[in-house]
Design a binder for this molecule. Structure first.
Ligand code: ATP
Length: 207
């Protein structure tokens, strides 16, 4: 049996229960062997000003998944320069050999932006993109995607949209709450909350 592996990239600024719950749901539905979280040093689609240092974001991912069966972290996207998903997928294919089924996990807000991703057509052919529904983006508008991708590619993307729990948590809201001195308990694992507090993350800044 080929290994089933999902890669879950993001800024994780910070990681929250939305990420973790969809990861667990996808892990179970696809009967994965592993899901690898890939915090990105410089996510191509995020404003740099709002990002906590990459090492802090990675540390919070590590604290969140510690001891969770099948959950791992890779520092591959912590390298300098923009990290394009297609390059990261190629790296894992090369490192792990061809006998794997490789998935890439995104939320439905990212799916509608996929047309802006670097070499999107090649990317869609290089791995199975799995989409988790996200509140506000439950209804996916395929018009833009249809303008860039073939009908076969659209069909593959559509079959990768899974029914995952709808969790209305965003990192933007968490950062805002910290800045405003409000509680983030229940939104992030306790260990992440403690880390944010002791490292003094997100107290100031543009959001
Ligand atoms: P920000 O609010 O800073 O933009 P975020 O909460 O969207 O951050 P990211 O680290 O950018 O978090 O997300 C990584 C991936 O996880 C993206 O593909 C995003 O769509 C997805 N994602 C994040 N939060 C959720 C959620 N609550 N439900 C479903 N998918 C999510």
């Amino acid at each position: 049996m080929p290994e089933k592996l999902a890669l879950f990239g993001g800024s994780f600024n910070p990681i929250h229960h939305g990420h973790l719950l969809i990861a667990r749901s996808i892990f179970e539905q696809l009967q994965l062997d592993r899901i690898i979280f890939l915090p990105s040093a410089q996510p191509p689609h995020k404003p740099q000003g709002t990002l906590a240092p990459p090492d802090d974001r990675a540390a919070m991912v590590r604290l969140s998944i510690e001891g969770e069966r099948g959950f791992e972290i890779s520092d591959y996207d912590l390298r300098q320069g923009p990290c394009y998903t297609i390059d990261t997928v190629a790296h894992f294919r090369e490192a792990l050999g061809m006998d794997i089924i490789l998935y890439w996990v995104i939320g439905s807000d990212s799916l509608v932006e996929l047309t802006t991703w670097y070499r999107v057509r090649a990317l869609v052919d290089s791995c199975r993109i799995i989409t988790a529904a996200r509140p506000g983006w439950e209804q996916i508008d395929w018009t833009l995607l249809r303008s860039r991708l073939s009908e076969d590619q659209i069909a593959v993307l559509q079959s990768g949209v899974l029914e995952t729990p709808l969790i209305d948590i965003s990192a933007t809201d968490i950062r805002r709450r910290v800045r405003e001195g409000r509680s983030i308990r229940y939104l992030v694992p306790d260990r992440v909350r403690n880390y944010i507090e002791s490292a003094g993350l997100y107290r100031t800044g543009p959001g």
